[in-house]
Design a protein around this ligand. Structure first.
Ligand SMILES: N[C@@H](CCC(=O)N[C@@H](CS)C(=O)NCC(=O)O)C(=O)O
Length: 198
């Protein structure tokens, strides 16, 4: 049994939880809550950056960074894995992860009541909105049937985090194709069972 450090609200952790469900590997991983704000010793021992998710593995120790954890799980699932991690999927994953990093900075700004830095934070909001605009242009090519790719998983995780925390307003505004894709795919049990919550 492997251990995943995460919490329900974490979008990077949610990527891994959805992936585990879609790969049918959920029973191989126990999820242990880690509150990053408290910097618990067990988390810092596994990841000096104090970030989640972390996956404790029998063969490669503590793997940090959700993209690497995803790669590890896809490798374990083997060539017949239900979820695609091809280059298109990896590029989409990177776009959504990068936009999420910016969204998190905006959320942390509010939480820690950081004054100043307007130009810097506006740049973060611009990154989020440009990523959404790019996804809108790509959306007609996304599949709405079958198991989503790793990148498609992270699109759902990204926009549902935006909807939950609201750092940049309504992501749906002016993005009908992306909205249609999200409405169709987010109905899957893997997403329904991992909805963001505090
Ligand atoms: N690139 C990392 C980002 C991880 C990340 O930023 N996680 C957030 C929670 S969603 C975190 O741990 N934040 C606490 C902190 O930055 O101290 C990944 O993909 O795993």
């Amino acid at each position: 049994m492997m251990t995943l450090y995460s919490v329900r609200i974490s979008p990077f952790g949610r990527k891994i939880k959805v992936l585990l469900k879609e790969l049918g590997m959920e029973d191989q991983v126990e999820v242990v809550a880690a509150n990053t704000l408290e910097d618990p010793d067990f988390l810092l021992a596994a990841n000096p950056l104090g970030k989640i998710p972390v996956l404790k593995t029998p063969d490669h120790g503590d793997i940090t960074n959700s993209a690497h954890i995803a790669r590890y799980l896809l490798e374990k699932a083997g060539s017949g894995a239900a979820v695609s991690g091809d280059w298109d999927a990896l590029k989409l994953e990177a776009l959504c992860d990068g936009a999420l990093e910016s969204a998190l900075l905006l959320v942390y700004r509010k939480r820690f009541e950081l004054g100043g830095g307007d130009v810097y934070f506006q740049r973060q909001a611009d990154k989020v909105n440009r990523a959404l605009d790019r996804l809108e242009t790509m959306a007609p090519d996304f599949r709405t049937d079958g198991v989503p790719s790793l990148g498609e998983i992270q699109i759902i995780v990204f926009v549902e985090y935006l909807a939950f925390r609201g750092p940049v307003g309504d992501w749906r505004q002016g993005r009908p194709n992306l909205s249609a894709f999200v409405d169709a795919v987010s109905q899957r049990p893997s997403f329904q069972a991992t909805q963001p919550a505090d």
